[in-house]
Every structure is written in C-alpha cells, then in structure tokens.
Ligand binder design. Structure first.
Ligand SMILES: N[C@@H](CCC(=O)N[C@@H](CS)C(=O)NCC(=O)O)C(=O)O
Length: 209
C-alpha cells in the first residue's frame, strides 16, 4: 500500500502524522504550508477540493477528514494495535470520541482562529474570539472527565490519543489555563515520551520534512 499524507506543521494533520509513525509503515510526507496558503493552490485542491489538511492518498483514492483517516489507518494496520478494530462497540467508542473532537472541539478553536468564516465584521470576530476559549475549556473538561484515572482516553492507547494531543497543544494559544486540566496535562506528557510523537514533531519542526 502506497500512502502519502498531506500535512501542515502544527495543524490537526499532526494526528495521522503521529499514527503513521506509530504504525512504522512506509509512507510519504507531503508538506502543505497553510501559512503560505498552499491549501488553496489548484494542485492541492485537485487532491482535496475542501482545501484542508489532512488528506491521505491511498492506492484506492484520497481520504479526507481526520476521523475517517484515523479509522482507515487503524483498520488497515491491525497489527499496530491502535484501535479495537475487531470489536464493534470498542470501535464505536473510538469513532464517537474522534467525532466529538472533529465536530465540537476543533470548530471551537476555529471560531478564534478563523472568525471570518463564521460571521462578518470586527465586532462578530471579537465576540467569537472572546467566547472560543470558554467553549474550548468546556470541551476539554469533558475530555478530562473521560480520561479519568486512565493513561489513555479509551484505556488502551488508540488513534484518539494523538488526535486529542493536537488540541491540548493548541489550547495555550487561546490562553486556556491548562493547569485546570491536570489529567490532560499528564496525558500530554505521556504522549511526548512516545518515539512516534517525537519523530512527528521533529519532522514538523524541521524546515524540510
Ligand atoms: N474536519 C476536518 C478539518 C480539517 C481542517 O480544518 N484543517 C485545517 C488545519 S487544522 C486546515 O486545513 N485549514 C486550512 C484552511 O482553513 O484554509 C478534519 O477533521 O480533517
């Protein structure tokens, strides 16, 4: 299977980036700089007409949307043990949490990062920027409670953990006080110890990776 991940440093594409490192299969990273607006260039729109990262090119075609990419990787590489792929209820839990991240937590950040997408004018933008950290904190509280006394969000390590890691990394950009979420902070520290996380972050931070 030939796999190509289109990612941008620091974006939500970090989740499948880490997962590909966990799997250890051969794959090709393709950097799409959001800073430079590369996601809106015709050559990338031909890959993902939505103009967003991540996109995963496979032998069968392109997959977009984090929850779909993460489930595909877990199911394609069951030996990597990154989701309970043969347990429908367990898999539903993973997809449910990933759906929550993609449809609630991520858009809460988007209201601060890209307010022009949701309302017109400076007043609307100001209102969204001021409300976004409150919504983010509410959603992080739900994740904090779900984590409970476990090391990983579903007990065992799954694709949900790198996906959550993306957003706990973004929270300080909205001045969300992460000391209010000690379990999520420990989760972040555990994630940072993983060789796959170190490798993905090193690639994203390098000028050429
Ligand atoms: N629902 C999509 C969201 C993807 C998304 O919004 N990606 C952001 C980066 S985190 C992006 O590409 N933004 C570029 C833009 O909005 O122009 C997913 O979960 O994959």
């Amino acid at each position: 299977m030939t796999l190509k991940l289109f990612y941008s440093p620091g974006a939500c594409s970090l989740a499948p980036h880490i997962v590909l490192e966990e799997i250890g299969t051969e794959w090709e990273p393709v950097r799409i700089s959001l800073k430079e607006g590369a996601q809106r260039r015709p050559e990338y729109l031909a890959i993902n007409p939505k103009g967003r990262v991540p996109a995963l090119a496979t032998d069968q075609g392109v997959i977009t949307e984090n929850p779909a990419i993460l489930a595909f990787l877990a199911q394609t590489f069951p030996q990597a043990n990154i989701a309970p792929v043969s347990d429908p209820f367990g898999m539903a839990q993973v997809n449910s949490f990933n759906g929550f991240l993609s449809s609630s937590l991520h858009p809460a950040f988007a209201h601060a990062f890209r307010p022009e997408r949701f309302g017109e004018g400076e007043e609307a933008a100001r209102a969204m920027r001021s409300r976004a950290p409150v919504a983010v904190a509410e959603y992080l509280q739900l994740a904090e409670e779900k984590l409970g006394g476990n090391e990983w969000i579903h007990g065992d390590y799954t694709v949900s953990d790198p996906y959550l890691f993306v957003f706990t990394g973004w929270a300080p950009r909205l001045s969300v006080d992460m000391t209010a979420f000690p379990k999520l902070q420990s989760h972040r520290e555990r994630m940072m110890q993983r060789p796959a996380v170190k490798a993905a972050l090193a690639r994203e931070e390098s000028a050429t990776g």
